[in-house]
Design a protein around this ligand. Sequence first.
Ligand code: C2E
Ligand code: MG
Ligand code: MG
Ligand code: MG
Length: 293
Amino acid sequence: CAKALGKARYEVFHPKMHEGASLLLQLETSLRHALLKQEEFRLYYQPIVSLLTDKIIGFEALIRWHHPERGLISPDDFIPLAEETGMIVNIGQWVLYEACHQMQRWQQQFPSLQPLTISVNFSGKQIAQPHIFKQIKDILQQTGLEPSSLKLEITESLLMDNFELANTLLSQLAALNVELHMDDFGTGYSSLSYLHRLPIQTLKIDRSFVTNIGNRGENLEIVRTIVALAHNLNMSVTAEGIETLEQLTHLKALQCDRGQGYFFSPPMESASVELLLRSHLARGNFTHRVLKK
Ligand code: C2E
Ligand code: MG
Ligand code: MG
Ligand code: MG
């Protein structure tokens, strides 16, 4: 027993692990610092395109962290830490305000476009905040963005882990006209029974299915099934991670409603979005780009 304990102790204080732990601590310290200064976070925006009209209908806001020494850090490398430490609550507030504010300005700047929408990613810790509904409502009021222009993206696992809280919040948001979109659909819990019980308007098909849609028969069938499921339940479908014309062609044939991916555009800074919207306005849609490929 003592031997086992000794071994465990050894493992806990293994130099390699210690190195890892102190790196994590450093990251946590600089994340706290970034949160206080509010200068190092940036939102990037990726267009979401109607596959019926090839027009941009909105953008997804994706956070980036410009670390002074390490450069650009992607959300997959710090959002989990932010969730664990609870910092995601403040980061999420910042993201929501910034995204709504930016979209309100773009709508003013491009009044002849159909009102563009903004999709914002939400995490479980945020949903569990006691005054989260009021906070969302306040941000919409402060920024002047119509609630119908805001889409909140949540994942299946977030929903299942916080079902009662999520259920209440989702109903409140639906009453306000804020849409709820299910992110990374197909990768989380396989229980589908909640789908028709919750006010979810869109399923976002996970990129992993889209990536292999052309070369493996079963992925095509999975996507076909998700599209049918969504449409039968009166929901729409957005495909994530479209990178090729072939994938796009398949998705259009399957009557997928919307798409997002490097084929159209990577996530970009707000200044580039403005240029894109200007040229989009001049051309009408993404057709030229699609035909040229
Ligand atoms: P997500 O919400 O599923 O976002 C889609 C991810 O796929 C983004 O990665 C996007 O850059 C990437 N992507 C888009 N099109 C393509 C493509 O054609 N090919 C490939 N290979 N990738 C593509 P990103 O920006 O690194 O974000 C990763 C994840 O981090 C997001 O996944 C989301 O879960 C989380 N995240 C990002 N921003 C926020 C935020 O503000 N709050 C929270 N809670 N989570 C966020
Ligand atoms: Mg998302
Ligand atoms: Mg996703
Ligand atoms: Mg994801």
